[in-house]
Write a protein of this length. Structure first.
Length: 292
């Protein structure tokens, strides 16, 4: 390894070792001050960028003419591993970037070695490796990179028809859900489509999701609409309960709750009173009422 002083325009920035998406050159701002004397650019004999693609982009935007670069002699697999581990340590990588790294290095190293030498945060399972080309395609890219689609739900979508998959990706792209909410939403839509014997995309359209996504608090509105279509009887009972609860609680000092999913008929009643004396009087009245 040697440190070279290179002309910025003479460094090749092809994507052989790059898996940054989207480009974020601004994250290198001020980094040189934190690591004085350490080159932020790593190149091979080309010289071609091994690590620091965004840094080179920043230098070009600034119209910098020369840069200190660390030149290394590594195999393609070693170069990919170096870039991955440096970026993951410095900045953290999004899910799409990690999958793109796997796509580039998997022809070069066994899965077990990749798993051992790169901190991916997920197992390289057979379904993932089989679905990787689709996960790296344009429809998935933005959702995965923006953290709007977790790996578990993404793998579920991989096994679906294209129209159904695209309908759900549009929902996740338009609105941020937690990973558990993503899975629940995809599962309910799949169950609705199966029950009604229609494509999943049609089931999603039947929920009126485009209009809901354009309104306020879309996450809860979307989940409520899909839940209502998936469990119509429960949803009707819940709606009746909420109307009765609001009416009773409007009198003040009391809150009401039903058993989860109305599994039992009991209703929990909670009273809030002024002090201990008032609580005692209330308890006496309740006891007398219960003895009648």
């Amino acid at each position: 390894m040697i440190i070279l002083d290179l002309p910025v325009t003479g460094i090749a920035a092809d994507d052989s070792y790059s898996f940054t998406f989207p480009p974020q050159p601004e994250r290198y701002e001020g980094l040189a001050e934190k690591f004085p004397g350490l080159p932020l650019l790593v190149v091979d004999a080309g010289p071609r960028v091994v690590c620091g693609h965004d840094y080179l982009l920043l230098l070009r935007r600034r119209a910098e003419e020369r840069v200190q670069a660390l030149q290394v002699d590594l195999s393609p697999a070693e170069s990919l591993l170096l870039n991955f581990n440096v970026l993951e340590t410095l900045f953290g990588l999004n899910l799409y970037e990690k999958l793109l790294f796997v796509g580039k290095i998997s022809p070069l190293l066994p899965v077990g070695e990749i798993q051992r030498r790169a901190r991916l945060g997920f197992p390289l399972s057979e379904p993932l490796m089989q679905g990787l080309p689709l996960l790296l395609s344009a429809p998935f890219r933005n959702c995965l990179a923006a953290g709007r689609l977790g790996l578990k739900t993404a793998l579920k979508l991989v096994g679906q028809e294209e129209a159904d998959r695209l309908a759900q990706l549009a929902i996740f792209q338009a609105c941020r859900f937690s990973e558990s909410e993503q899975w629940r939403l995809a599962q309910m839509l799949e169950e609705i489509a199966f029950r009604e014997k229609k494509p999943l995309a049609a089931a999603a359209a039947a929920c009126g999701l485009p209009a809901l996504l354009a309104g306020e608090m879309p996450q809860q509105r979307v989940l409520a609409a899909v839940h209502g279509l998936r469990y119509p009887a429960f949803s009707r009972r819940e709606k009746e309960w909420q109307a009765w609860r609001r009416q009773e609680e409007a009198r003040g000092g009391v809150s009401l709750a039903h058993a989860p999913f109305f599994a039992r008929e009991e209703v929990r009643v909670t009273w809030t009173v002024k002090d201990r004396e008032a609580a005692g009087k209330l308890l006496q009245r309740l006891k007398k009422a219960a003895e009648r």
